[in-house]
Ligand binder design. Structure first.
Ligand SMILES: [Zn+2]
Length: 208
């Protein structure tokens, strides 16, 4: 069983390391939080935002949930986006998925896992929307990888469909939304090149 005391030992060593390198590190962070980035990623323990981006505390605002979903009725995620955009005034929102995502795999299959199946239903909707493209992929693993990418794309669009983003752009706020995907096997991030920088890039029906 994991010894909880070990976590405090790790924490003390980590704090000491930062203080040794920069004695003002923590006192500076107590007075200011001004990250330029919002990261929305998967809750998967292997995809930690700060470590992957090589960023220190204070540099990235983070929201994570199972399979990095942005659901238009999820007050938790919407509140994070609103605070990041309107108060912190982040310049970039990164929606990051990852290959080998357990949530995507579960949605891809037909086994019941409980309440979470209702959350993952959103990924089945994405599958259904891209059924023709996915059906043409012969390899199971490749099809699952593509579903991971399509899930990222769907969430990038979902972020941009919110009134939060559209109002920010209408005010002239510089804000870019990006779709990245992470590969567990090599630790590398890839830009899916689906960035959105203004309301004119979103489908007409969603424009406010
Ligand atoms: Zn995942």
């Amino acid at each position: 069983m994991l010894k909880i005391e070990r976590l405090f030992e790790n924490n003390r060593a980590w704090a000491r390391q930062h203080t040794n390198a920069d004695p003002q590190f923590f006192s500076r962070l107590t007075t200011l939080q001004s990250p330029k980035l919002l990261w929305i990623g998967c809750a998967d323990s292997r995809v930690p935002a700060n470590e992957i981006l090589g960023l220190a505390p204070g540099e990235v605002f983070v929201h994570r949930n199972v399979a990095n979903l942005v659901i238009h009725s999820d007050m938790n995620c919407l509140s994070v986006i609103q605070y990041a955009v309107e108060i912190l005034k982040v310049e970039h929102i990164i929606l990051c998925g990852h290959y080998g995502c357990g949530g995507v795999r579960a949605a891809y299959g037909h086994t019941q896992f409980g309440l979470i199946d209702n959350w993952l239903r959103n990924i089945k909707d994405t599958y259904a929307r891209h059924n023709d493209e996915l059906a043409r992929i012969m390899e199971d693993d490749t099809r699952e990888d593509r579903l991971c990418e399509l899930n990222v794309l769907a969430q990038v669009e979902s972020i941009c469909h919110t009134t939060i983003l559209q109002n920010a752009w209408a005010r002239g706020q510089q804000l870019e939304v990006h779709g990245f995907i992470y590969r567990l096997q090599d630790g590398l991030l890839h830009d899916l090149a689906v960035s959105i920088t203004g309301s004119e890039q979103i489908q007409d029906i969603y424009r406010m």
